[in-house]
Design a protein around this ligand. Structure first.
Ligand code: SF4
Length: 367
């Protein structure tokens, strides 16, 4: 049931209980070990619409390669995209890169401190500006991402199928409960609660530190899941091997045109020409989800000498080339190409995967 605003006493208790819970339960994530605004900025951009488990490895590699805003600004775009490979939504990487260049040109290479100034940078919205300003500089401004929205909607007793509460109302509620003495920690605690306890489908209310303040306690109505579309894709895998070594010297890939509407300039496997899959067994089947589409992908090995007949680009103007194995980790691969090449042990797996953590999307491997 929708409830009236919290009393001052409730707000004080809510803050202290949430912060105490966060102190005990916060996940140890690499971007939580720093107050460097640049590193927080990179992590917040990577985390938009992307799972934490997929970001950890990419973030670590990205920061190792571009440890400062200036080093990012001086990089060329292909190197930035190569480090972004697998995270998707590559426009984020391009915006991050161009904002870093602008900051070096016009602001001596440092990020502004206030949320209002940060908001003026290309690609920085309310959420990212509030996250950087509160976490790095202690500005008392609430962060409202999807997780926080869900927690607040439930705390306020609003059903999720009724007309969504307006963004303004949620922002007001978020700023009302925000702990102004520890805004960065409080914002992270709210996001953590949404990500690990107040889950979209089945919230873990018995473990929730805010249960006594909650207007729904798991009795909320749930939004219907989005309808997923399906698409089948057959890829061709052609490799040239060095005599006797058994290691692929080069893999045939296609670079999307620089003016393609999606993932311009990214490298991917060529499509297998129609009908060529008949009487062949794929070397890999994999499912890959992008926004509302499940791609059911089969990869077929073909002889290098047949590549002109069997492999082609989906994108008009796509450029085919043999990419040496050693260069694969240096070029901007699409997330799907990266996943396939790792599963086939053509591209080395990141350290985290070798140590036994799941490959992002590994649950989707069908064969
Ligand atoms: S009690 Fe349940 S529904 Fe309410 S905020 Fe906590 S986890 Fe979410």
């Amino acid at each position: 049931m929708e409830q009236a605003a919290f009393t001052d006493q409730q707000v004080r208790s809510l803050r202290s209980q949430l912060l105490a819970w966060f102190e005990r339960n916060a996940r140890d994530l690499p971007w939580r070990r720093t107050h460097d605004p640049y590193r927080i900025w990179v992590s917040e951009v990577m985390l938009q619409q992307t799972r934490v488990t997929a970001v950890i490895d990419r973030y670590t590699q990205f920061i190792r390669r571009f440890p400062s805003l200036v080093s990012l600004a001086l990089a060329n775009e292909d190197d930035v995209l190569a480090l972004w490979s697998g995270l998707g939504y590559y426009k984020r990487a391009r915006m991050l890169h161009s904002a870093a260049q602008l900051l070096v040109r016009e602001h001596c290479g440092s990020l502004p401190k206030s949320a209002v100034e940060l908001r003026r940078l290309p690609g920085v919205g309310d959420y990212t500006a509030a996250a950087i300003a509160s976490i790095a500089h202690g500005e008392p401004i609430a962060v409202v991402d999807g997780n926080v929205e869900r927690v607040l909607t439930r705390l306020l007793g609003l059903g999720e199928t009724m007309r969504s509460p307006t963004a303004t109302r949620l922002k007001e509620a978020a700023n009302r409960v925000l702990d102004r003495h520890a805004p960065g920690l409080f914002n992270q605690a709210m996001m953590e609660l949404g990500a690990t306890v107040c889950l979209p489908r089945v919230p873990l209310c018995a473990q929730c530190p805010l249960q006594e303040f909650c207007g729904t306690r798991g009795e909320h109505t749930v939004r219907r899941g989005k309808q997923m579309l399906s698409r089948k894709i057959n890829y061709a895998l052609a490799q040239k091997t060095l005599g006797g070594s058994g290691n692929p010297a080069a893999v045939l890939l296609v670079q999307r045109p620089k003016d393609a509407s999606q993932m311009p300039g990214m490298w991917e496997l060529p499509l297998l020409a129609a009908g060529c899959e008949a009487e062949r067994e794929p070397v890999l089947r994999v499912r890959h989800s992008i926004t509302n589409t499940n791609y059911y992908v089969a990869v077929f090995a073909i002889d290098a000498k047949d590549s002109l007949n069997f492999a082609h680009s989906e994108q008009p103007g796509g450029r085919q080339d043999w990419v040496p194995g050693k260069k694969l980790s240096e070029i901007p691969l699409t997330g799907l190409a990266r996943k396939v090449l790792m599963r086939l042990d053509i591209l080395p797996k990141p350290k985290e995967v070798r140590r036994g953590k799941a490959l992002p999307g590994a649950e989707d491997i069908l064969m």
